[in-house]
Write a protein that binds this ligand. Structure first.
Ligand SMILES: *[C@@H]1O[C@H](CO)[C@@H](O)[C@H](O)[C@H]1NC(C)=O
Ligand SMILES: *[C@@H]1O[C@H](CO)[C@@H](O)[C@H](O)[C@H]1NC(C)=O
Ligand SMILES: *[C@@H]1O[C@H](CO)[C@@H](O)[C@H](O)[C@H]1NC(C)=O
Ligand SMILES: *[C@@H]1O[C@H](CO)[C@@H](O)[C@H](O)[C@H]1NC(C)=O
Ligand SMILES: *[C@@H]1O[C@H](CO)[C@@H](O)[C@H](O)[C@H]1NC(C)=O
Length: 481
């Protein structure tokens, strides 16, 4: 091979290499861009979030809970700690540097201090879904480390957990799915009494009178263009029936000054305004089995008919068969509007949906037993909250195995299956897109979901090798899939 030929070949290889690198960088940049967009938008939504801030409530009430042995134990924490299993929160969620907690006859030490990763008594790592981050995982995973996942949030937070390769990494779960080890499906429902109450109920005569000034249907959303694409549907519905929209999305009506702030979503005055409506649109931000929020429970509580869009299996959770209008049962928004009109004009038909409330009967035995089975309460200082309940579930399981081991018996194993967090890819509606103002977010959900599948696969590959990895290695692998 002569010199010139060789040099040219080197040059060609260099050019090819450069092209390859530019190509790689472009692809990786795109992935990072998509991720960044989602993170930024999620941040924005969080600020506007109008919901019962259950977690906040919990930390406010935390001081009132008598269960913890904190003050008493802290002084002798040093030596005590070594006697108890350590459950390490790989998240700042609880903010607790170290606490001994009593779970029935079992005691465990809970901490967010990551130096305990190395401690021989550390038995479980507790993750909080929303901040489960590939940048800093407790890797390599030790044989004795059980992984536990608490994820009460909407599926739109941290898509990569919603795929079989990732969810099956965990031994213990608490999610909105009924299949989870600690199902949180009813996390936004205080209790059955909350549903039955007639405290807010406005009579049909009064509702008909009020119709002169207000629409039959109310919509209140400020988290616009989420994965369920609900705003496209509602906008189409508005062509066929008047909707009073109080939130930032499709806004067309202002609340009275004194309730015009997101934090007063659960304000009594606001409840009374909403209760005047015959129908309230209850559209979830994502469509997944068992993913049900206060959007359903609130209208049921107020004595308005929820027009529900979200969990395909919502009927399993309704107080009675005839208590909500299910959007999926109608071919399109026009047909739904015609049905709402029919009920609006015929009081007999309308009142059939409130019969359960007037009689005070919840005929759905599944809902009744799910609430009775709960080991935690909602906004109830006399009961454990769902994080305490999850901590105790894991603590008990760790102790159960310790006792089995003492007796020389084989340990029990627990593993999450794909159903513990499972959502279909987000679908956008296809009516008259050009009518809607362009939303980056709306276009982003589907590619973001598709990318999260690759992230899940990449993560699983590293975990199966049980090795630590850099962010660059991770994205390189994501890009290969
Ligand atoms: C974490 O724990 C280590 C060892 O127990 C201790 O030295 C350190 O001060 C703790 N860090 C914090 C922030 O509490
Ligand atoms: C994993 O790698 C990251 C960055 O390389 C490092 O900060 C972290 O401490 C490592 N984790 C473990 C458990 O070795
Ligand atoms: C309302 O609907 C019921 C049941 O379909 C029907 O019997 C009744 O005639 C209707 N009333 C009016 C005013 O249309
Ligand atoms: C409640 O617990 C009982 C007894 O363990 C069980 O049979 C039932 O299926 C549970 N109900 C629900 C909704 O999980
Ligand atoms: C936890 O999950 C890992 C990985 O699936 C498994 O190897 C281990 O046996 C499980 N541990 C327990 C206690 O279930």
């Amino acid at each position: 091979m002569n010199g010139i030929h060789f040099k040219r070949k080197c040059k060609m290889i260099r050019i090819w290499e450069r092209k390859f690198w530019i190509f790689s960088i472009l692809i990786i940049s795109f992935f990072l861009f998509v991720t960044f967009q989602v993170v930024v938008e999620l941040g924005r939504f969080e600020k506007h979030k109008m919901k019962i801030s259950t977690l906040d409530d919990i930390w406010q009430h935390k001081q009132l809970l008598p269960k913890k042995l904190e003050g008493h134990i802290n002084s002798r924490l040093g030596h005590e700690r070594n006697k108890y299993p350590i459950l390490l929160w790989w998240s700042p969620l609880t903010g607790e540097k170290g606490r001994l907690s009593q779970c029935g006859r079992d005691t465990c030490f809970f901490t967010i201090n990551r130096t305990y990763y190395q401690h021989p008594m550390t038995k479980a790592i507790m993750f909080y879904g929303t901040d489960f981050n590939i940048d800093s995982l407790p890797l390599p995973r030790k044989f004795s480390h059980e992984w536990a996942l608490f994820h009460e949030e909407s599926p739109k937070n941290n898509y990569k957990l919603f795929h079989e390769p990732t969810i099956t990494l965990f031994n213990h779960t608490a999610t909105f799915s009924r299949h989870s080890h600690l199902p949180l499906t009813s996390q936004y429902l205080k209790g059955l009494q909350t549903l039955k109450t007639i405290e807010y109920l406005v009579s049909i005569e009064r509702k008909n009178e009020l119709r002169k000034n207000i629409a039959a249907v109310a919509y209140v959303q400020s988290d616009c263009d989420p994965p369920s694409d609900r705003d496209s549907y509602v906008q189409e519905l508005m062509k066929y029936i008047a909707v009073d929209s109080y939130g930032e999305c499709l806004h067309n009506r202002d609340l009275p000054k004194q309730v015009n702030s997101p934090s007063s979503m659960d304000d009594l005055k606001f409840y009374h305004i909403l209760a005047q409506y015959k129908f309230i649109l209850a559209f979830e931000n994502a469509v997944c089995e068992d993913y049900i929020t206060e959007k359903l429970w609130r209208p049921l509580m107020l004595g308005s008919i929820p027009v529900y869009f979200g969990a395909p299996n919502v009927e399993d959770w309704l107080p009675s068969i005839k208590s909500a209008i299910i959007v999926d049962r109608f071919v399109d928004p026009q047909e739904l509007a015609i049905y709402i009109h029919t009920l609006d004009k015929n009081d007999t038909l309308y009142m059939e949906f409130l019969e359960w409330k007037l009689k005070g009967i919840i005929s759905n035995t599944y809902l009744v037993s799910a609430i009775k089975n709960r080991t935690w309460g909602v906004q109830d200082v006399t009961q454990d909250n769902y994080i305490d309940a999850f901590e105790c579930m894991v603590c008990k399981r760790v102790w159960d195995n310790a006792h089995l081991k003492e007796k020389g018996l084989p340990a029990k194993t627990w593993n999450a299956d794909a159903r513990h967090l499972n959502c279909p890819a987000p679908k956008a509606f296809s009516f008259q897109k050009e009518m809607r103002p362009k939303s980056n977010m709306r276009e982003m959900w589907k590619p973001s979901f598709e990318q999260s599948k690759r992230e899940a696969k990449a993560l699983r590959t590293f975990l199966d090798k049980n090795r630590n990895f850099t962010t660059l290695e991770f994205w390189n692998l994501v890009f290969k899939y």
